[in-house]
Design a protein around this ligand. Structure first.
Ligand SMILES: [Fe+2]
Ligand SMILES: [Fe+2]
Length: 166
């Protein structure tokens, strides 16, 4: 626990409990997003399979990195990241869309909607911390940027698929 780190939060007029709650929720989202991509990457069949698998594996690694960054921030603020899938599911904002269908369009839609949800989460976290907690703010913006890229990557594949179909 970083004592000065906590003082800075308190001096920034930020409710530490509320901030930690938001970080725990974001952490849960990232753990589930990692698993959703990691499991989903085994499923795609058909044309564009290789491209989508590659993209999903890359996204999985980046979601795990996000989870690590959020966990680090939670610990700097004197708390411990929540543990285990049941807790993640309880706390998560975006939930877990079980990848059950090997249809590429279905997988794309699922993950696009999860990315959009993540973008909302980080926009809200950035709004909450702007001008009050520079470190969490920078982190939220950095992750928001990456979730935006994820949405774009998946939309690009969906657009290519639509061209193939037409
Ligand atoms: Fe993420
Ligand atoms: Fe993402």
């Amino acid at each position: 626990m970083g004592q000065k780190a906590i003082e800075i939060i308190e001096e920034g007029n930020l409710n530490k409990k509320e901030l930690l709650e938001k970080l725990q929720r974001a952490y849960a989202d990232e753990c589930l997003a990692y698993i959703q991509y990691w499991e989903g990457a085994r499923l795609p069949v058909g044309i564009m399979r290789t491209k989508l698998v590659e993209e999903m594996q890359e996204h999985a690694n980046e979601e795990l990195e996000h989870a690590n960054l959020i966990a680090k921030r939670i610990m700097e603020l004197g708390a411990t990241p929540i543990v285990g899938p049941q807790e993640w599911l309880k706390k998560s904002t975006c939930g877990y869309l079980e990848p059950m269908d090997s249809n590429i369009m279905v997988l794309l839609e699922q993950n696009i909607s999860s990315e959009r949800c993540a973008m909302e989460v980080y926009r809200e976290l950035a709004d909450f911390t702007r001008g009050k907690d520079d470190i969490t703010y920078k982190l939220a913006v950095k992750i928001l940027e990456e979730e935006t890229e994820h949405e774009q990557d998946l939309e690009d594949i969906r657009n290519d698929m639509e061209k193939i179909d037409s």
